[in-house]
Write a protein that binds this ligand. Structure first.
Ligand code: NAP
Length: 265
């Protein structure tokens, strides 16, 4: 069932979270929903989008998600963030159906690791397209709606390696450092319109992305983390919810590290 508005229902605060089918994006979506945002989460497949709708209560909604005091239902949609026309189409349809996107969380991500000497051009391009070009296309598109209401939040999920560097990840480190620079510049451009632009930089977080580590690599990582554990998606969701909230209204152009002390700068 799609969202309907009546005279009594307040204008929804619409959030778009890319890569919401699993890991950090799924957790961010749930937490934002609990905070009262109407969340549209994206996946690359129809099955993933349906899974998001189910998780956010709009598909097969049961009694516990449809009561009067329940958080707003959220919706899954298909998006490949490397496709700029798909971005235009998706945001156009969200605006028509729900209203302007007032919170954009750029979270979708992949890795294509390897030493630079052996890195193929497509491994470089795929990372830049997924992590950096997408942030340009998505941010530029949602700014139109945010500017009209003179409010907006753009939060991009960067990484500790943007500053720390990581051998075998030149492509990923370059893209994430690019996103941080982009956010600082855009914060300066949009501040006068009430739009804040920030990054959250996770350290090692338990998701599919880090499942690939073997025991020895995991142990080596833990030795570098003063808080002596990997982070959880909930640790990142808490930081995103804070930056999205009214309480963070005077914070812009910054990178909030959430890494257990793994890297201090
Ligand atoms: P994950 O569990 O592997 O999930 C990745 C998400 O991104 C999935 O929802 C996936 O959709 C989506 N995605 C991948 N390629 C996409 C594309 N071309 N277009 C649209 N969506 C796409 O990853 P994660 O660990 O939660 O990472 C989330 C973000 O945090 C990423 O930006 C990552 O770089 C960053 N990060 C993660 C860690 C960590 O330790 N995990 C550390 C630092 C930063 P499908 O399910 O449809 O494939």
């Amino acid at each position: 069932m799609e969202a309907t508005q009546t005279a009594e229902t307040p204008v929804p605060r619409v959030a778009l979270v890319t890569g919401a089918s699993r890991g950090i994006g799924a957790e961010i979506s749930q937490h934002l929903r609990q905070d009262g945002w109407l969340v549209i989460g994206t996946a690359t497949t129809e099955a993933g989008a349906k899974h998001i709708s189910r998780q956010l209560g709009s598909l097969n909604a049961n009694a516990s998600t449809s009561g009067q005091n329940s958080p707003p239902q959220g919706y899954g949609r298909v998006l490949d963030v490397r496709d700029s026309s798909a971005i235009d189409a998706l945001i156009g349809s969200i605006e028509a159906e729900f209203g302007a996107v007032l919170l954009l969380v750029n979270n979708a991500g992949i890795t294509r690791d390897g030493l630079l000497l052996r890195m193929k051009p497509e491994e470089w391009q795929d990372i830049i397209a997924t992590h950096l070009n997408s942030v340009y296309y998505l941010s530029r598109r949602v700014l139109k709606g945010m500017t009209k209401v003179r409010f907006g939040r753009i939060i991009s999920i960067s990484s500790v390696v943007a500053r720390m560097g990581n051998p075998g990840q030149t492509n990923y480190c370059a893209a994430k450092a690019g996103v941080e620079g982009f956010s600082r510049a855009l914060a300066g451009e949009m501040g006068s319109r009430g739009i804040t632009v920030n990054c959250v930089a996770p350290g090692m977080i338990e998701t599919d992305m880090t499942d690939a580590l073997n025991e020895a690599q995991r142990e080596r990582m833990l030795e570098r983390i003063p808080l002596n554990r990997l982070g959880t998606p909930a640790d990142i969701a808490a930081a995103v919810c804070f930056l999205a909230s009214e309480r963070a209204g005077f914070i812009t152009g910054t990178v909030l590290p959430v890494n257990g002390g793994m890297y201090l700068d």
